[in-house]
Design a protein around this ligand. Structure first.
Ligand code: PLP
Length: 362
């Protein structure tokens, strides 16, 4: 038998993650100068990183000969969430903790439930562990919790929920999530991915960490890649019951988070001014882009994140036209949305560049 045919069939079934096109790649492909390219493709923070995080990282750069000590960040996150450090699991990006949860609870012969149009890492992590995937059709582009509950089978061990969801930006009020948790069998893990919760309106927010005591099957994941502006450092975390956190730490690679990321994240968590600035910029940019999309006649899915997905028709062609003008957005055909494109909210001038390029593409 050929070598690769000896690989695990469920690994061969995985569709590779398709990242946003890097700026330098577009520059190489189209001969466009790097500094004239606008990348609104990966939900990164247009303000960059917190200056406090940068300073902490520069200080940490002097001690890179030492293995990382992650206690400081875990302690800071415990304080931030009102939990003890035993509930915190750090990841090399939150994708890393999503993968750990899957490896702890999933295997061939078990199933995981996720929603149509939900984040691509859920199928990747589930299939990597050998589990069967149950994709539940979306309701209004978001999670249909009733249908997800009805989809639970005796072999179901894990349910993935992104709230807000990427790439659709849909949001389920926390009361609905809580009712769902109360209805799910207590031996099924519910992962609540809150990568975008810092972009929610204050009135929409709930500190779900307080629910861990009532629902020990709940695992909350968060990231420093979005509002904290540290996507390139790769740092995120999970909050779980102490027992589940202990299991996740057993499969975690020792020293999975590096010194620079730990230092930067600890400082970023404390930079409330930067987070507030990023939030305000996102609100204004969202209004600007939504108004522009409406003016140009595009339908969009109302979004609770730092991005918005709009119906482009022939999205592949529209994407090409935008790329030629140096504007990178994200095609979402791989999410079952072949006619749509997702654009990240940028600075005011980046948003204008996007809207101008979109208008010219019509
Ligand atoms: C961006 C994103 C993440 C975070 O990924 P990192 O690995 O932390 O960079 C997690 N979940 C969703 C839904 C996301 O969109």
């Amino acid at each position: 038998m050929a070598l690769c045919d000896q690989s695990l069939p469920y690994i061969r079934a995985i569709s590779p993650y398709q990242p946003g096109k890097p700026i330098t790649q577009l520059a190489r492909e189209m001969g466009i100068p790097v500094d004239s390219i606008v990348k609104l493709a990966s939900n990164e923070n247009p303000l960059g990183m917190s200056p406090k995080a940068r300073a902490a990282m520069e200080t940490a750069a002097t001690s890179l000969a030492r293995y990382p000590d992650d206690f400081g960040l875990k302690q800071a996150l415990a304080n931030h969430t009102g939990l003890s450090v035993a509930h915190v699991v750090l990841g090399n990006g939150s994708n890393d903790v999503l993968d750990m949860i899957a490896r702890v609870f999933l295997a061939p012969g078990r199933s995981a439930i996720f929603a149509q149009h939900a984040f691509a890492v859920y199928p990747i992590a589930s299939l990597t562990a050998g589990a069967e995937l149950i994709a539940v059709p979306a309701r209004d582009y978001g999670h249909d919790l009733d249908a997800m509950l009805a989809a639970v089978r005796p072999d179901t061990r894990l349910i993935w929920i992104a709230n807000p969801n990427n790439p659709t930006g849909t949001f389920l009020p926390y009361a609905q999530i809580k009712a769902f948790l109360a209805a799910v069998p207590p031996d099924v893990v519910v992962v609540l991915d809150e990568a975008y919760n810092d972009y929610l309106l204050p009135a929409e927010r709930v500190e779900a960490a307080a629910w861990l005591e009532t629902f020990p099957n709940l695992v909350i994941t968060r990231t420093f890649s979005k509002i904290y502006g540290l996507a390139g450092l790769r740092i995120g975390y999970a909050l779980a019951s102490a027992e589940v956190a202990d299991l996740m730490n057993r499969v975690r690679q020792p020293f999975n988070c590096n010194n620079l990321a730990l230092a930067a994240a600890t400082a970023a968590l404390d930079d409330h001014e930067f987070v507030a600035q990023s939030y305000t910029l996102n609100r204004a940019g969202m209004a600007q882009i939504v108004a522009g999309l409406k003016r140009l006649g595009f339908t969009h899915i109302p979004s609770h994140g730092n991005f918005v997905t709009f119906k482009a028709g022939d999205a592949a062609m529209m994407n090409q036209k935008l790329l030629k003008q140096g504007v990178i957005v994200r095609p979402v055909a791989g999410y079952g949305l072949p006619e749509w494109l997702r654009v990240t909210i940028g600075t005011e001038s980046e948003n204008n560049r996007f809207l101008e390029a979109l208008e010219k593409s019509l």
